[in-house]
Design a protein around this ligand. Structure first.
Ligand code: NAP
Length: 400
């Protein structure tokens, strides 16, 4: 019988053999990639556990389908269902133009306080890449999701609010901001930073990762980005001391076996480092804006911008395709479902069904290696056999 996933007192998940997991199909190409992904998820679970385990998928509504059926782009029931069932996976959603909602994705993250945006970036053999050794990059980015200049606290040039803030700052603190400037506020807190770092540390321990790099621009923005680095180190030292070693503590003869190395890099240098010395980086923890830029740059480096998975995690977790709804391909059974499939891999790892996750990754790798790929990869690969979205899924299932 299907049951709910439960969050236990210690924060760990109790996952039944027949968990109910919510899905949002998504707009545009969403239904195509969801159909393809679900088929793979079900086949992999069946193959891994021979019927002992099975996911009960529960559809919840958001986006255009929700608007049609309920009159709202993001019904309250959807938010409540994610809280109740703990985990959900979603296709892309159109950002409504007008109608009072800035972005359904952003609203979901805010309403559910999904404070970490987690993006693994790794290479799949055979995917066209712009660098010589894309396989050397294998990182997981933990991007803060609620603070920084993305908190949405900003005022347009010449508005009464912007003028009032500028005159307050200029007069009270003897500064000279040009009076017709636009103004944005960059809040970064110890609470927001430390809970993100804690999540990254727990992830590193659980997944035997080697190092965590705190990426920041603290040489210039001392009390926001610099403080982010300070508070992240504090979290590691105060709550994980026996599990970590700081890079500055490593001298000749110091044994680092079994320890997670904690280091920090300036944001500009980080972009050089992932290109020049990618093998030295593992988990990267960073404020919102840096994380946004780095996620796409890193995904492009492995050729997988269209296949990059993501998750927004707080108390609850929402796994999602990171690309948009590509409306011109909607219903054509054409696009690459890789991003949603790999978000599913993250989801299975999150609930501890690692056999399923590994099986899907292997199936995807074998399918790409045999050059059966959707149009986006086919147009860049020599000798590729272009297949439809659903055929790509069938090939992956054959290769599980
Ligand atoms: P987009 O939907 O990501 O599409 C841009 C281009 O990326 C497509 O035309 C296609 O390129 C390629 N692409 C995207 N997904 C692909 C896939 N699965 N397989 C192969 N190629 C893929 O970006 P957009 O056109 O800027 O945005 C459309 C709508 O999506 C907007 O309403 C936007 O707000 C929304 N959006 C939602 C999310 C989300 O829900 N997380 C994220 C971003 C955007 P080619 O034409 O070159 O083949």
């Amino acid at each position: 019988m299907a049951e709910k996933i439960i969050i236990e007192q210690d924060g760990n998940l109790k996952v039944p053999d027949n968990p109910i997991i919510c899905f949002i199909e998504g707009d545009g190409i969403g239904p195509d990639i969801w159909r393809a992904s679900k088929k793979i998820f079900d086949a992999a679970v069946e193959k891994a556990y021979s019927g002992r385990r099975k996911v009960e998928w529960k559809e919840i509504l958001a986006g255009e389908k929700a608007k049609e059926q309920t009159g709202s782009y993001l019904p309250e029931d959807t938010i409540e269902a994610i809280k109740e069932y703990v985990i959900a996976i979603k296709g892309p959603l159109t950002t409504p133009i007008g109608g009072g909602i800035r972005s359904i994705n952003v609203t979901l993250r805010q309403r559910l306080d999904l404070f970490a945006c987690v993006r693994p970036v790794r290479y799949f053999q055979g995917v066209p890449s712009p660098v010589k050794n894309p396989e050397k990059l294998d990182i997981v980015i933990f991007r803060e999701n609620t603070e920084d200049v993305y908190a949405g606290i900003e005022w347009e040039s010449m508005t009464p609010e912007a003028r009032s803030i500028i005159s307050y700052i200029n007069e009270t603190f003897d500064k000279s901001i040009i009076p017709d400037s636009g103004i944005g506020i960059k809040p970064i807190s110890p609470f927001g930073t430390r809970r993100l770092m804690r999540m990254a540390l727990n992830y590193a321990i659980k997944n035997n990762r080697k190092s965590i790099t705190i990426m920041h621009k603290g040489n210039i923005m001392k009390y926001t980005e610099g403080a982010f680095a300070k508070w992240a180190y504090q979290e590691a030292e105060e709550n994980f001391r026996d599990k970590i070693i700081k890079e500055s503590e490593i001298t000749d003869g110091v044994d680092t076996t079994g320890k997670i190395i904690i280091k920090d890099r300036l944001a500009d240098s980080m972009f050089q480092q992932i290109l020049l010395r990618p093998e030295e980086y593992d988990i990267i923890v960073t404020p919102n804006l840096n994380g946004d830029y780095l996620s796409d740059a890193a995904a492009a480096q492995v050729g997988g911008l269209g296949m990059a998975p993501g998750a927004n995690i707080g108390k609850w977790a929402l796994f999602e395709a990171t690309h948009g709804t590509a409306p011109k391909y909607a219903g054509l059974d054409k696009v690459n479902p890789g991003s949603l499939i790999l978000s599913g891999v993250m989801m299975f790892n999150h609930i501890g069904w690692n056999e399923v996750a590994d099986m899907i990754v292997n199936g995807l790798q074998r399918t790409i290696s045999s050059k059966y790929v959707t149009y986006d990869l086919a147009r860049q690969m020599d000798g590729a056999i272009e297949v439809k979205c659903s055929e790509f899924a069938d090939k992956i299932i054959e290769n599980l």
